[in-house]
Design a protein around this ligand. Structure first.
Ligand code: ADP
Length: 269
């Protein structure tokens, strides 16, 4: 524990003695360390594609100047790296927006099955390209919840995208909506959305850290899939704002199940 201790003499009318103030600095210090780590991570994530691009530009100016095949290949790689930077910046902006709004109670109402169906429709071409069969359950019932439609869309989009990215090609994906009559952590009834894949799964020791910014089980694999390492951190902050929960269950080699639990009503506290 880092503490700041200040000792001051008592004001004259109170007689002899001193006041001792103990201020716990550990929280502030930890926040500062996390901020520094975050800036270092962002710099590294942006520098990696930039360094690659600068290298290719130099090669195109020099040794590969007249090699049209190499030029096309290098331009493809540069386009991919620029796309990576673009995605990272979009995710950083999303993260900072959702963090800024985290304490503000969402004022809208969402049609949860409608929202899930539209996320699945948007991602259907990607599922088809990966040969993934999507099964849905409970999406026909009418469910309206308090929430921010854009933010909740982002939650389910990130989770379904992950299931497609890490769920392996030719697999299956299950998206189910069910009522939870009593959820102790929500202190009342809620709705659970389960997104389950039959992919590579995650070893247990990683599970508690998955929602940390830039935490990836396999950084190389994540980058190859176009990941930024920020998707689940964004999900966590949006769910905090909605007083919701994310439950992650997974077994290496068998698949993963991400369950979002949202309260039926947003109570204070
Ligand atoms: P990324 O952009 O790397 O996908 P996320 O924050 O969305 O970042 O996820 C963090 C990490 O969690 C991923 O890099 C991956 O290792 C792991 N992960 C997320 N979803 C799944 C899943 N459905 N199956 C296996 N691993 C997953």
């Amino acid at each position: 524990i880092l503490a700041e201790v200040t000792v001051a003499p008592l004001p004259a009318p109170l007689g002899r003695g001193a006041t001792v103030a103990l201020v716990d600095r550990s929280v502030a210090e930890e926040g500062e360390m996390m901020r520094r780590d975050f800036v270092a991570n962002v710099s590294h994530e942006l520098k990696t594609p930039l360094t690659a691009m600068i290298g290719f530009i130099e090669t195109l100016r020099g040794p590969a100047r007249d090699d049209t095949r190499a030029r096309d290949r290098f331009l493809d790689i540069m386009e991919r790296e620029a796309g990576r930077m673009n995605r990272l910046i979009s995710d950083l902006l999303s993260l900072s927006r959702v963090q800024a709004e985290e304490r503000r109670r969402p004022s809208g109402e969402v049609d949860l099955p409608g929202l899930l169906n539209s996320v699945l429709a948007t991602l259907a071409p990607r599922a088809e390209a990966a040969g993934v069969v999507v099964r849905t359950e409970g999406l026909g019932q009418p469910v309206r919840l308090p929430g921010d439609a854009d933010q909740l869309t982002q939650v389910f989009q990130n989770l379904v995208e992950n299931a497609l990215k890490y769920g392996g090609s030719g697999g299956s994906l299950r998206v189910a909506l069910a009522r939870v009559p009593h959820e102790p952590v929500l202190r009342g009834p809620g709705w659970a959305v389960t997104i389950e894949d039959r992919g590579e799964g995650i070893e247990e020791q990683h599970l508690p850290r998955l929602t940390e910014r830039f935490y990836r089980v396999d950084p190389h694999r994540s980058r190859e899939q176009g990941g930024t390492g920020l998707g689940l951190a964004i999900v966590k902050h949006i769910l905090n704002r909605h007083r919701g929960r994310l439950r992650i269950e997974s077994r290496r080699g068998e698949g993963s199940r991400f369950t979002v639990i949202l309260p039926e009503r947003l109570t204070r506290g």
